[in-house]
Design a protein around this ligand. Structure first.
Ligand SMILES: [Zn+2]
Ligand SMILES: [Zn+2]
Length: 109
């Protein structure tokens, strides 16, 4: 498994893309783990144009850090945990491959 790449590279790149870390002015849902990112909590905001359509995604800090360490060559939004399971799963107990479910704490928690 070590050295084996789990990245997604089999896709056309977006015509335009940028991402940055932001703090939400309201609550958002992480596009990967589907947890709520409370208002004011740092997360990644990504936006771009793909096939003439604007897209944008919010990703929580935990999913961003996992994405950055595992998907160095490319990734698709919303498929992080599925890709991890596809790649690392297949054992008797795959529950450790489930997305996190503990709530993301708000800025004042
Ligand atoms: Zn997440
Ligand atoms: Zn890779």
């Amino acid at each position: 498994m070590l050295g084996e790449c789990i990245c997604q590279t089999d896709y056309d790149a977006a015509e335009f893309f940028r991402d940055r870390m932001v703090r939400g002015r309201k609550a958002y849902t992480c596009c990967e783990c589907r947890r709520v990112v409370p208002k004011g909590v740092r997360h990644e905001y990504a936006e771009g144009v793909f096939e003439d359509e604007w897209f944008h995604y919010r990703t929580c800090e935990l999913c961003v850090s996992i994405r950055n360490s595992l998907f160095r060559c490319g990734y698709g939004f919303g498929s992080l945990w599925g890709d991890i399971r596809d790649h690392l799963g297949g054992t008797d107990d795959d529950s450790w491959l489930d997305p996190p479910t503990h709530p993301i704490r708000g800025p004042n928690a």
